[in-house]
Design a protein around this ligand. Structure first.
Ligand SMILES: [Zn+2]
Length: 341
């Protein structure tokens, strides 16, 4: 029997009255079809025109194809590279699974759940999580403007996954042995402006100091910003040193809002982060910044599809973080890709 052509099948499908259940089945089936060529085309488009990652020279020429990716040779340093060289995605395999895996990242699935959905081993799933997330989270706002709220949130230090603990093991997550903000707690500093631009910093395991604030915030705050914090002593000290206007709300005394002076936006972010983190049943301290970066990207709602996430992960950091739009070539390709899908 002769196999029907795609056009014949498609016209039959168009003529068939489909129920909602059948439509959903069809959508699921289409969503599950993946071709490695799609992923490679997206990677090549996102990295189009990049200079040599070894020396920065823009004069490069094509030099064959390796594992499906175009290889280039730099005319200055003579070294070769491809679109993934120098990114956290270099040398990762199974590219046909990347887009479905990124969908799992967007859905905040656990390591085991994502491994089951995509059909990879759970160690691969874990490794990919800590490659795809850091790759995309390199793209962060370069500057916060106008009114900036800053506050810290603390989490009990965790050595989850570590084979050699530096302290006795805790039972069921445990609690801190000492009261207050001590070296048992990881400090996550979050600064957020009133346009929703957010930056996160893991400052270590001690109460925050003016030096921490200087290291983290000085490069990202313009001189004319209004910095708002709670009553912690480090903030006025940092602001005075940096020549920044500072106001505070005395949260400990029950003061939450003083006109436009409040830290509700940043506290809302902390709250969403802690709620979102529950599904992972504890995260290791050394990966805390990856999780806050992951939540920051999800919360910003800019990378809404696997294709956008992949392009963000492949692009070079020098491609201004402030640019929300991709270069024209990538934008055009994504539009075509979205249309075809
Ligand atoms: Zn070079």
């Amino acid at each position: 029997m002769q196999r029907p052509s795609f056009d014949e099948l498609f016209s039959l499908l168009c003529a068939a009255p489909l129920s909602i259940a059948e439509l959903n089945r069809l959508r699921q089936w289409i969503a599950g079809i993946h071709d490695p060529a799609e992923c490679i085309a997206l990677i090549e488009a996102a990295a189009a025109g990049r200079p040599c990652p070894h020396c920065g020279c823009a004069r490069v020429h094509r030099c064959g194809c390796v594992t499906g990716l175009q290889r280039f040779r730099c005319t200055t340093c003579r070294r070769t590279f491809n679109a993934l060289t120098g990114t956290p995605l270099a040398r990762l395999r199974k590219r046909e699974c990347w887009l479905p895996y990124l969908q799992c990242i967007l859905e905040s699935r656990t390591v085991r759940d994502a491994a089951r959905v995509v059909g990879v081993h759970r160690t691969t799933s874990f490794r990919w999580r800590h490659r795809f997330v850091p790759a995309a989270m390199r793209h962060r706002p370069a500057r916060l403007g106008a009114v900036v709220e800053a506050d810290e949130t603390h989490r009990l230090e965790s050595q989850k996954g570590s084979r050699q603990l530096t302290r006795p093991a805790r039972k069921r997550g445990g609690v801190a042995r000492k009261r207050g903000i001590t070296d048992e707690l990881d400090c996550l500093l979050v600064a957020r402006d009133r346009n929703g631009k957010t930056l996160d910093f893991h400052t270590g395991r001690a109460p925050i100091t003016a030096d921490h604030l200087h290291t983290c915030l000085s490069p990202v705050l313009a001189n004319d910003v209004l910095l708002i914090s709670d009553g912690a002593a480090a903030y006025p000290s940092f602001a005075a040193k940096a020549g920044i206007t500072h106001r505070s709300v005395n949260v400990r005394a029950g003061q939450r809002v003083r006109g436009a002076i409040h830290i509700q936006n940043v506290n809302g972010w902390h709250s969403r982060f802690k709620t979102w983190l529950v599904r992972f049943k504890g995260v290791a301290s050394r990966y805390l910044i990856n999780y806050s970066g992951w939540q920051r990207l999800l919360d910003a709602r800019q990378l809404l599809t696997p294709a956008l996430w992949l392009c963000a992960a492949v692009r070079q950091i020098q491609d201004s973080c402030e640019k929300s739009a991709f270069n024209a070539h990538t934008a055009f390709f994504l539009a075509v890709f979205a249309f075809v899908r």
